[in-house]
Design a protein around this ligand. Structure first.
Ligand code: GUN
Length: 294
């Protein structure tokens, strides 16, 4: 292999290159999708559902469709009005569960308050649950044999794997987030990699006393509304040599330029966790398709 062929490192100048890693994984997903499409005469298909007109949800879902198309994954979308009832949404999910040409179902969260999120997530066929939120997939995660897992946490541990931090024995991971989408699934993914895990959230007292202990610090606070707002994670809150993962978009939680001086590796915003989240969704669609056609 010539020097030109040597793949560039995922952590370079203390920065975890989320886009670089995403590109590599998406290329692999695309070639596997092509091979499976040829073998089965059928392409994987993702169907997304949005209820209401939240602009953030619309933007994220558009990005998911664009990335799917580039990877050879078919996709379809249902835009339902804010007034949709739980019964109407359940009826759509039943139809998608039964459609053999649909391999992945993603209901974008949050849902309007008249709809019980748990009832909707629980109704999605586990093999098609590309978010990994269904009871069966959470159970698998709990026992350490997950097949489909939530895209953002999955992206985070995949980045850790690629910087050589796949086994976290002896390492203390501190997560600032307790959501069902990020914090809670990440607890198990990190525990399953032997980390000692601490979870902090909005009611935690003395946050810096926890963050300073972190070998792996994952911050998903997401309350900075503009570039002018103060950062939540400043260098005095970070241990020398820590791996720092900033999940929050679009403004980030971490004072990137200063924390980079102390961190072993840090994810940028944008270009860190964001592209990895979409990449792991594509991987999940591929894995769901593989399980359904085999
Ligand atoms: N809303 C924010 N992130 C996500 C996600 O990963 N999946 C779904 N379904 N909704 C979200």
């Amino acid at each position: 292999m010539s020097a030109e062929d040597t793949p560039k490192p995922i952590c370079e100048d203390h920065v975890i290159k989320g886009r670089r890693l995403s590109k590599r994984i998406r290329k692999k997903v695309k070639s596997e999708v092509e091979a499976l499409t040829e073998k089965h005469g059928l392409s994987p298909k993702l169907v997304t559902v949005i209820v209401g007109a939240d602009p953030g949800s619309q933007m994220y879902v558009r990005m998911k469709h664009k990335a799917s198309s580039k990877a050879g994954i078919l996709s379809d979308h249902h835009d339902l009005p804010e007034s949709t009832t739980q019964e109407e949404l359940l009826a759509l999910i039943k139809k998608l569960n039964e459609d053999p040409e649909v391999h992945g179902i993603l209901v974008q969260l949050p849902l309007p308050k008249q709809i019980d999120e748990k009832a909707i997530i629980g109704a999605i066929e586990p093999l098609k649950d590309v978010d990994g939120f269904s009871p069966q997939n959470i159970y698998r995660l709990f026992y350490g044999g997950e097949k489909l897992s939530s895209a953002t946490p999955h992206g985070i541990v995949t980045m850790l794997d690629h910087i050589g931090w796949g086994d976290l024995s002896g390492k203390h991971a501190v997560i600032i987030n307790r959501s069902t989408i990020v914090g809670k699934p990440l607890i198990f993914l990190l525990l399953n990699r032997n980390a000692t895990v601490t979870v902090c959230h909005s009611r935690t007292a003395d946050l810096p006393s926890f963050t300073r202990q972190a070998d792996v610090l994952v911050s998903a606070i997401g309350r900075r509304e503009s570039e002018d707002d103060p950062f939540f994670i400043t260098p005095d809150m970070v241990k020398e040599g820590a791996v720092v993962i900033d999940v929050s978009t679009p403004h980030g939680d971490v004072e990137f330029e200063k924390v980079k001086e102390k961190a072993l590796c840090i994810t940028p915003v944008p270009g860190g966790v964001g592209p990895m989240t979409i990449t792991m969704l594509l991987q999940n669609v591929l894995d769901a398709f593989t399980a359904q056609v085999s």
